[in-house]
Structures are given as C-alpha cells and as structure tokens.
Design a protein around this ligand. Structure first.
Ligand code: ZN
Ligand code: MN
Length: 481
C-alpha cells in the first residue's frame, strides 16, 4: 500500500492571558453568558483601533523557542478576509507568509519516538467567535453565535506532512500539548483550547483536508476513517479529489464540504491599524531565560531521581498536572514507586472511566499519602485501598474518615477470625474433608472467611487460623478411628 503523508494545523489558545489579543476584554469566557465579554474593539466597530497584547507575543515566542523555531526579528499582521458570522469585522487579524508578510516564527521541530516532526511556521491570530449549529453543520437551519471567544489570542502551528499514520499524528499532538502544558501557556484540558485541522494524502491521490476536529482522540479517528475511505477509492481506481471535509463526530464519518481546485482566496492584505512588531534579540533572550523544564528533561529527571519506570514517567509527563501531584506526594511520603503506580494505574483509570478531569478531582497529595500509609501499616488491604481511593476522588473525604464510616478497617482479631472460621467449617463440612488432602479446597475455605468479612480479614492471619483448624480437625478424625 502506498505511503501516507499527514500534516497538521493546530490552533492553540494562549490561555494564560488576562485579556484578549487586541482589547482588554477578559479571557475566562467559558461558561459565561453569551456575548457578555465583548467591546467595540473585538466587535470591530468602525473608528476603534486594536492594541497588541505584549504578554501574548511573549507567550507565543516562548512556545516558538520550545519548538526550536527561528523567531523573526520583525513581524506583520494581515487581514484575512472572509464573510462568515464568526468574525464581526468580516476579516480575521492574522499573519501571512506571502506578499511581504512575515509570521512570528518559521522552522523547528517536535521530537516523537524515532522521528522529528518539522514545523513549517507559527503565527499569532485572533480566535473567531463560537458558533453552535442546530443539529449538524450541513443540515442546520439556524445557528447561534457567541462573540465572547472572538479576539482571544490564538497560535497557529503548522507542521510539514511528516507523519505517516493516524497514530503518529495523535502521538505528535500529545507531545505538543505536553510541551504547552509545561510552558504553562496553553491548558489543553480547557474545552476548545486546542483545535486541529489535518491534511492527509496517499500515494496516487490528492490532498484532503479535514476541518475543525475537536480533540486528539477524534483526530486519530478522523484520519483512520479518511485513510480507509481513500484506500478503498484507490483500489477501485478512483483518484481522490482535492477537497475539504468535515468530521462528523457522532456518525464517525467525514463529509465533503467543498471541492477546491486551488488554495482559497482570502485577499490577504497588511493590517493598516497595527505597526510592524520588532522582536529584538534582547527581548527573545529575556524570554528564553524563563524557559521551564520541558517534557524530555522532565521524563529523564523522574526516572533518575525517583527510579520510576519509563512507562510511568511517560504518563506523568503527558499529564503534567499528575506529574506535579506525584512529586508533592513523594515529598510527603517517600514511596515514589508505589505512589506512581497508584496514580498512573488506579487513579487515572478511575478518572477516565468516570470522565472526570484531573483538575476536577477533590483530593490532595495528603489524601494519597495517608491512604498509602494505611496500607503499609496493615490498617487496610490494597484491595480495600482501591475502594477508598475511588471514594476520596468523588467525595474529597480523608481516607481515615471513609474507612471509619464504611467499616473498612482490616480485622486483626484472632478471636473474631476464629469465630468466623468455625462458622465456615460448620457450613462447609464436605470442603473441610477435602481440604485435608486438597490445597484448592483449603483456599476455598479461606476465601469463605474473607467473604464473610468483605475482604477485611487479615489474609495471613486467616490463612494461619484455617490451617491450624484443619490440623485440629485431622487429629480429631484420627482419634475417632
Ligand atoms: Zn473586546
Ligand atoms: Mn488560523
């Protein structure tokens, strides 16, 4: 089968800013009343002027540096003209790399296993408004528009078509989002903060673009669908058309939006209301000085300092919040191996299962370390700890409270376990006789005692009590004979 080439165009909001790209409207628009975070500037009222947000440029430069890109010493803004309700001005203030335009940065790469995905260019632009369609985009009779998002600072990162499978595209996006998370400039967990267009072409076919995919998981799905669709066409001898398609998340298919013979014509022209931005070497140097630890160095440090497995370290780096959480736990109770296993395994698994975001969970590092200490001190079993963990995540209660409320403390009392063992022996006479010869039957009896205590009986103690009881039983039988 022919080669596959995949390129991505990622739109990433700069989420760590207090105001929009060209006005002083606030940026925490999520969940707010529609069209309440707007002003004359972001609404494009004639006579108003945009003022460039300096911090946005600094955050963008930091990102470009982290992607090994070359920062331009001068950049321009352009008007990208199009007629659509998501832009009140009928143009988007963006950047352009043709017609004398220079974008923020060019070149660079992101390392993923066995390859470097090259970056073509990085540009700053304003986010359009949010449009909600009634039903689906291609059948919708009406749509709602919320301008709160219009004018939010957005970074467009365009890659070369260096990815060779949908999975590789997902791995690239994960790495990119981890880098942005480490820089603390884009929080990809915020709804719609990272959006992606993908283009895919197969040997013998034309380039197809898939627009506005909402999440990384969806990118891989959309590309997989598109790969199969194009492959089937090529097998039948039909060559794919150069077109733009829409990913329908619900039906999980791509649908043709428009066939294009050539690049769209946006009539780009220089934004006359903004002067060129001069980016001096000194300015870049002061930004470079603020460069925090990036994912690759972070992973290496976790492995060296805490002797973590590369697998666990990978997950903690991909989920930066969890990585920070891990280090706080290890500071309180130095059991890094056990802590990382609990966080990467049970905790993350439970969050995924319940669809809970990391920052939504109600627990602190103290919750985890207290729980671990209870396991290590034999107060609860590992199995019970899992129940405690899940309850902590949901309610935020401390483990000792949950254990008390639910009566989960491990039973160490010989007396109680003996009582229960007697009961089990009474009710399982046949198994008791078998157990004299057969290990399996003995484990069955132990299991019955554990079951009566809902897993709280100390397993070693239970084991001993059952064995002793069996020896006693044997002696009794021998006496009788
Ligand atoms: Zn505004
Ligand atoms: Mn764009």
């Amino acid at each position: 089968m022919g080669n596959i080439k995949i390129g991505l165009e990622v739109h990433s909001q700069l989420t760590n800013l207090n105001s929009k790209l060209f006005c002083s409207c606030p940026t925490d628009y999520r969940g707010k009343e529609a069209n309440s975070y707007i002003c004359t500037v972001c609404m494009g009222i004639p006579g108003t002027l945009p003022v460039l947000n300096k911090k946005a440029v600094e955050d963008a430069i930091l990102i470009a540096l982290s992607l090994n890109s070359k920062i331009s010493d001068k950049m321009y803004f352009f008007r990208k003209n199009y007629f659509y309700p998501d832009m009140p001005k009928n143009f988007q203030i963006s950047q352009y790399d043709k017609a004398g335009g220079i974008t923020l940065a060019t070149g660079g790469y992101v390392s993923i296993p066995n390859k470097k995905v090259r970056i073509r260019r990085i540009q700053i632009e304003e986010d359009p408004a949010r449009i909600t369609y009634e039903g689906t985009i291609y059948k919708s009779k009406s749509s709602l528009v919320d301008y709160n998002r219009a004018g939010i600072a957005l970074l467009e990162i365009v890659t070369e078509p260096d990815m060779e499978s949908p999975k590789e595209a997902r791995i690239f996006l994960q790495k990119l989002s981890s880098i942005l998370e480490h820089l603390d400039v884009c929080h990809s967990y915020l709804e719609g903060s990272m959006r992606c267009d993908a283009n895919i072409s197969m040997e013998g076919g034309k380039r197809v673009e898939i627009k506005n995919i909402s999440s990384f998981k969806e990118v891989e799905r959309a590309l997989n669908f598109e790969m199969t669709r194009q492959r089937n066409l090529l097998i039948k001898g039909i060559s794919t058309k150069m077109e733009t398609r829409h990913w329908d998340e619900i039906r999980r298919v791509t649908i043709s939006l428009r066939i294009k013979e050539e690049e769209e014509e946006y009539r780009y022209f220089p934004e006359p209301d903004l002067v060129p931005t001069i980016i001096t070497k000194e300015w870049v140097e002061t930004i470079k000085d603020k460069m925090p630890e990036l994912p690759d160095a972070h992973k290496e440090r976790l492995i060296k300092k805490y002797e973590l497995s590369p697998q666990n370290a990978d997950v903690l780096v991909n989920y930066k919040l969890l990585g920070d959480f891990f280090e706080k736990c290890a500071e309180i109770y130095y059991k890094p191996g056990a802590i990382s296993n609990w966080l990467v395994g049970d905790l993350l698994g439970y969050l995924h299962e319940k669809g809970i975001q990391l920052q939504e969970m109600k627990i602190s590092p103290v919750h985890i370390t207290k729980m671990l200490k209870m396991v290590d001190n034999g107060i609860i079993s590992g199995k019970i700890a899992k129940t405690v963990l899940e309850e902590m995540i949901i309610s935020g209660k401390m483990p000792e409270i949950i254990v008390k409320e639910k009566g989960l403390i491990r039973i160490h009392s010989d007396e109680l376990i003996e009582q229960l063992t007697n009961k089990v022996f009474e009710e399982n006479k046949e198994a008791v006789n078998d157990a004299l010869e057969d290990e399996k039957a003995m484990h069955y009896l132990i299991g019955q005692v554990m079951k009566l205590t809902k897993g709280r009986a100390d397993p070693e103690l239970t084991n001993k009590v059952v064995r002793d009881k069996l020896i006693e039983h044997k002696k009794l039988l021998e006496k009788k004979n």
